[in-house]
Design a protein. Structure first.
Lengths: 775, 433
């Protein structure tokens, strides 16, 4: 199962990257072929149609596009050229579009409930485009409307649409439903997005027969979908986010009176609170943080304030982007980036806390002098209770004090991460408010919503704080409280990683798709500038994701298993990233300057080399684990004048602040660097370089590489930190446990290496099994 | 002569069977939804696993069926892509299905020489099977390797005796041979057997059954029985409404029976669905016969454009375009070059006819005479060929021979072409007067 999951992931990832290459390739090669020479992969005698159904509150609008390939355009030419002068004038084309719209209107049928609704053409235009062989193609865009009676949308209505225009003609037929703001579409057999970019770019690189969607049915409601219904989805299966919900309805009331406003604000705050309690809003993070840090009520309130301010600002900011910069970047593209950002904040905070607290916790068996040396110089015993400071009170605020578990900085970070990702419905409220000229009320609603959201988070925090106090009051549980800070930091880090991961996956999808779309319009120069920035942004995201590829993680985990300290583990990851980047840049320079490409065969061998390396690393780890070198040191030393003895374990002499000279310090060494470099040479790195060879500017290419490298360093730093966690935790315990973990990591690595070797050598093995007669 | 020496038909179980009553044509439910569902399912599988050669092999079969049903070149390209991807991930030695798929694609794409090589390779992997032999026979016929084809079909017939389910494949091949040799009755019986075999299949293959009816209509037209031709086309359309081959066949029968308006409507319809240059040219001819010269000119211009549109179009319609140009005295040099280039690699009788016709139109009378001799060497009884032979003889100054050919053509099929048949009649009248 594990391997299969990995394999699937690997494949998906590579496929997506390959798509990107094609997109970039298209950008580079595109100018060689003028016009739309490749526009009709479906054959040049097709008539292709796209219908977008837009159910609104009082009408249903249908945007219908007809894309005639070269031959039908030729066949239609006598009908278009009314004055018979042999040329198609703008007037000819416009008249033809209007006539076609009238014909198509009769061939589209729409029933609302059981009643057939006549469609009125409400506008049409036609464009002549240049096609293959010096011929032209024609694109007719028309719009139809049918009114709904006043209550139609407020009830659940089933709407059926069918298209019998050009019924016997070959061609692509696509139907998309895009509900207007405020309308929910559910129980439908149609999809929410176009596969062909509205007949502008047909998928041509895959085995995909043309879409043939001739009818669709769907239900609409003005409110949320009824229980048990299935919502509209994109073709990938992702639900189409309702563009408006209950919050957005508040802005759309017929009249805004003082009473309506008051009630509206309360409802908005309530919705904000509910929103905060829905999954994925960092409640757990807040709780874990405050409990682990022994926060106070003031902390919880401060947190609430931060979330309110951040969320409000986030909504406004995103609103401004949508209003003024939607042409360049859409909110859909920003969301995943904000998601990664907020996840990264949490992850960074979690890891920092984890390192700090682990240090404190692991020093339990020894005097934790370094953490407490600032305490008024007075010697104190650590008889098992770390933090009962014998009645001596110390403030956790103001910030800056090292030992203070709650710092303003981390509180602020937490608050920002909680509020950074604006709730889409709050954004819609703001936009609707602007559209309805109710900006003031809209702003108030957004603030109320944010307050409600923050209130709920604060309440959660308070609950944790109070619960923590009750716990803390019990002396019996005091021992437990020692582990609590570590555990809470680990939870925070893990949640941060999870948020980051899902957001990255989304970002990879969305950005990939967005840029593929951008590149497919490579003939429009306005996109080129964005393209460069986009490539770089993509480099970062892919770098981050690249670090988490299975073969990388496995290799690094064996090295990490040698280390028992978290920051060292993280450093291993960072060093791996550096090695990876160095080899990448080196090969990149060669590729860019000599314009050579890495052949498939070479890449295959490199991949095989990686497999061997992973096996070797695994074997090494197993050997080390079996041999083991339990080195128990007894130390006698003094600090601050107080002498004491302590015992500790370590195998590589990791320094911990006293008498470094007494221990042989095994350096982190070149191993991660070398392993990273080998990875950099192999496999998908070679593919990355393929992208490079398609990027025109060498400087842009190098910049992409560097940013990709940065991403991979950061990604592997985080990964190896996470991997190092069990090793770091087990190092405080008996040595045996640690060695068991090390052996486990080694065995896993060997197994993975073997599998990887088989995978990279050939697929013929699989073929032998199936060499039957299948035709 | 090679073929008669082969004597293949006498041993055939199908062609010798006594005339059986034709099964009545009845509509067959479209299985489009099922096959479209299968296509999407297999496409998803192929997308998920770049090495899933089995899904790709199956896709080729479905795509080629789509080509047969819709005439769409797009599906032919998809089929080629799928077959090549299949063989790229698993070599032919271990992937005979992929090899078979590629061979079919190449045949459909008129890449006959590589189709022949791949069919031979396929046979070497499966020496006992009929399928590669049938493919090989088809290719040999297209390439004009009639001696080899005669050997192949004898093997096929021997194996078919002990093999169920081969009846359809054998009967249709025998029919093709019979047509080639001018044995129209034998061809009709063979197609009837093929139809009977196809109807037995479960589930009933809609397009295959419609195709048999259409073929019966084509043979009826060839022997001048236009009423039967129309009836068979109608049967075909009952089985498969909107079947483009039958629509065109029906329009041609209507034209031959004097219903020019009906023929024009039919050709207008079919050339909108599938703009095959042959249909568009025929529509132009009907317009011309009805005196609508500017409409005719527009269609003729369209034919030329289609040939130029894409390389694949150029390959697929090469012969049609050459004959069209010769028919209408347009770019006859180009037509001759195309036809002679094709005949150098594909030496079938219809290719010889195209070469003869274009050679005559471009003033190469000796070459035309040699080529038409090649074309008629098996006694193919085709009114159009006979008309060409008559014109060539006339140009060579052999009025008597010419007259014989013209009379043969008209007695076989008095209205074989809306423009050419009246011309032949006029020639005979001029001589007779």
């Amino acid at each position: 199962m594990f391997l299969r999951a990995f394999r699937r992931f690997d494949r998906r990832f590579k496929l997506r990257r390959r798509l990107l290459f094609l997109a970039i390739l298209g950008l580079a090669v595109g100018p060689l072929f003028p016009g739309k020479a490749l526009a009709h992969p479906l054959g040049n005698f097709t008539i292709n149609q796209f219908s977008e159904l837009i159910p609104g509150p009082d009408a249903i609008t249908i945007r219908h596009i007809v894309d005639m390939a070269e031959i039908p355009t030729l066949q239609e030419s006598p009908a278009i050229d009314l004055d018979g002068d042999g040329t198609l004038s703008d007037l000819d084309v416009q008249v033809y579009a209007d006539r076609q719209a009238a014909v198509i209107a009769r061939q589209l049928s729409l029933t609302v409930g059981a009643i057939a609704s006549p469609l009125e053409p409400s506008g049409s235009r036609a464009l002549l485009l240049s096609g293959a062989g010096g011929l032209r193609t024609i694109r007719i865009e028309s719009e139809f409307r049918t009114g709904l009676d006043a209550h139609a949308a407020s009830n659940f209505r089933t709407i059926r649409f069918s298209n019998s225009a050009f019924a016997d003609r070959l061609g692509w037929r696509e139907i998309v439903v895009r509900p207007a703001p405020g309308i929910t579409v559910f129980d439908t057999d149609a999809f929410g997005n176009s596969l062909s970019d509205e007949l502008r770019a047909y998928p041509e690189d895959l085995l995909a027969s043309p879409l043939d969607e001739r009818s669709a049915s769907f239900s609409v409601s003005a409110g949320p979908p009824p229980a048990g219904s299935s919502v509209l989805r994109t073709r990938d299966g992702a639900p189409v986010v309702a563009t408006r919900d209950r919050l957005a309805e508040l802005i759309a009331v017929p009249e805004v009176t003082a009473w309506v406003m008051l009630v509206g604000l309360f409802i908005a705050a309530g919705l904000g609170a509910i929103h905060a309690l829905s999954p994925g809003h960092g409640k757990t993070v807040v709780g874990a943080y405050l409990v682990g840090s022994r926060g106070t009520i003031r902390h919880a309130l401060f947190l609430g304030l931060t979330v309110t301010v951040t969320h409000t600002a986030g909504v406004f900011g995103l609103g401004l982007v949508t209003l003024f910069a939607a042409r360049f970047v859409s909110p859909e593209q920003l969301y995943p980036i904000l998601g990664v950002l907020s996840g990264a904040i949490v992850l960074a905070m979690g890891l920092t806390l984890l390192v700090k607290r682990l240090r404190a916790a692991l020093c339990v068996s020894q005097p934790a002098h370094h953490d407490h040396r600032d305490h008024d110089g007075e010697p104190h015993s650590h008889g098992g209770q770390v933090h009962s400071h014998g009645g001596s009170t110390h403030s956790h605020l103001p910030p800056g004090a090292d030992e203070s578990p709650v710092t303003m900085r981390s509180l602020l970070a937490l608050g920002i991460s909680g509020g950074l990702l604006p709730c889409p419905s709050a954004l819609v409220v703001l936009l609707s408010a602007i559209a309805l000229h109710r900006v003031g009320y809209g702003l108030l609603l957004v603030v109320a919503f944010s307050v409600g959201l923050a209130g709920a988070l604060t309440a959660v925090g308070l609950a944790f704080v109070l619960a923590g106090r009750l716990l803390g009051g019990s002396a019996r549980l005091a021992r437990f409280s020692r582990i609590l800070p570590v555990a809470s930091a680990a939870v925070i880090a893990a949640l941060g990683a999870a948020i980051c991961w899902t957001a990255m996956v989304d970002a990879g999808n969305d950005i990939g798709a967005a840029f593929a779309a951008v590149f497919s319009h490579g003939d429009e120069p306005s996109f080129v500038g964005i393209g460069a920035v986009g490539i770089l942004g993509l480099g970062l995201v892919f770098g981050l994701k690249h670090a988490t590829e299975a073969d990388h993680v496995v290799a690094v985990s064996t090295i990490v298993s040698e280390h028992r300290q978290l920051h060292r583990a993280a450093m291993v990851g960072a060093l791996w990233g550096v090695g990876h980047t160095i080899s990448l840049v080196a090969v990149g320079l060669i590729v860019l300057t000599l314009k050579v490409a890495i052949s498939d065969a070479v890449a295959g061998w490199l991949e095989f080399g990686v497999a061997l390396m992973i096996i070797g690393l695994g074997a090494g780890a197993v050997l080390r684990g079996v041999r083991g070198r339990p080195s128990v040191h007894v130390h006698r030393h003094d600090h601050d004048g107080a002498a004491h003895v302590h015992i500790h374990f370590h195998e590589d002499g990791s320094a911990h602040g006293h008498g470094e000279v007494q221990h042989a310090v095994a350096r982190l060494g070149f191993k991660p660097l070398v392993v990273g470099a080998v990875h950099g040479l192999a496999g998908s790195a070679a593919l990355t370089l393929l992208v490079l060879s398609q990027i025109d500017s060498a400087w842009l290419g190098l910049l992409y590489l560097s940013i990709f490298g940065l991403g991979s360093i950061a990604g592997m730093l985080a990964m190896s930190g996470l991997i190092g966690l069990p090793f770091a935790l087990s190092s405080g315990a008996m040595n045996r446990k640690h060695h068991a973990l090390q052996i486990a990591a080694g065995v896993l690595s060997i197994l993975f290496g073997c599998w990887y070797a088989v995978q990279s050598s050939a697929s013929v093995v699989a073929a032998l099994v199936f060499s039957g007669r299948h035709y | 002569m090679v073929l008669s020496a082969g004597g293949c038909a006498s041993t055939s179980p199908a062609a010798d069977s006594t005339a059986q009553p034709l099964p009545p044509a009845s509509p067959i439910a479209a299985d489009d939804a099922a096959s479209d569902g299968a296509i999407r399912f297999l496409e998803d599988k192929a997308r998920e696993d770049p090495h899933d050669f089995i899904a790709r092999n199956k896709l080729v079969g479905y795509y080629l069926q789509k080509v047969r049903e819709t005439g769409s070149v797009a599906y032919l390209e998809l089929a080629g892509r799928a077959a090549r991807e299949s063989l790229a991930s698993v070599p032919a030695e271990l992937n005979v299905g992929g090899l078979a798929a590629l061979t079919h694609v190449e045949f459909a794409s008129h890449e006959f020489e590589s189709a022949r090589q791949h069919a031979e390779q396929w046979r070497s992997f499966e020496p006992e099977s009929i399928a590669p032999l049938v493919m090989l026979f088809d290719v040999q016929l297209e390439l004009g390797s009639y001696e080899a084809a005669a050997v192949t079909i004898r093997t096929i017939e021997q194996r078919a005796i002990s093999s169920d389910g081969a009846a359809f494949d054998v009967a249709t091949r025998q029919a093709r041979l019979a047509m080639l040799r001018g044995e129209h009755d034998r061809a009709r019986r063979a197609y009837e057997s093929a139809l009977a075999a196809a109807v037995q299949l479960d589930p009933a293959p809609r397009e295959t059954i419609a195709w048999c009816h259409w073929q019966l209509g084509e043979t009826a037209f060839a022997r001048g029985d236009y009423e039967a031709a129309e009836r068979h086309a109608d049967d075909s359309l009952v089985v498969y409404p909107g079947y483009f081959r039958a629509l065109a066949s029906r329009a041609r029968a209507l034209a031959a029976r004097g219903d020019l308006a009906g023929a024009i409507a039919g050709y207008e319809h079919v050339s909108r669905i599938v703009p095959d240059p042959a249909f568009i040219a025929a529509l132009g001819d009907c317009y011309a016969a009805a005196g609508r010269d500017s409409d005719a000119a527009a269609q003729y211009a369209l034919v030329e454009q289609i040939g130029r549109l894409s390389a694949l179009n150029g390959v697929l319609y090469n012969r049609q375009l050459a004959i069209f140009r010769a028919d209408h005295d347009r770019s006859v040099e180009q037509a001759y070059e195309d036809a002679s280039k094709e005949y150098s690699v594909r030496r079938d009788v219809y290719g010889a006819d195209a070469l003869a016709w274009t050679a005559l139109k471009s003033g190469r009378i000796a070459e035309a005479q040699a080529a038409i001799r090649d074309a008629l060497r098996f006694g193919t009884d085709d009114a159009r060929m006979l008309y060409h032979a008559g014109e060539i003889a006339l140009a060579a100054g052999d009025a008597d021979v010419s007259r014989t050919y013209f009379e043969q053509a008209l007695s076989l099929s008095p209205a074989f072409d809306p423009l050419a048949a009246p011309r032949v009649r006029a020639r005979l009248r001029a001589r007779g007067a």
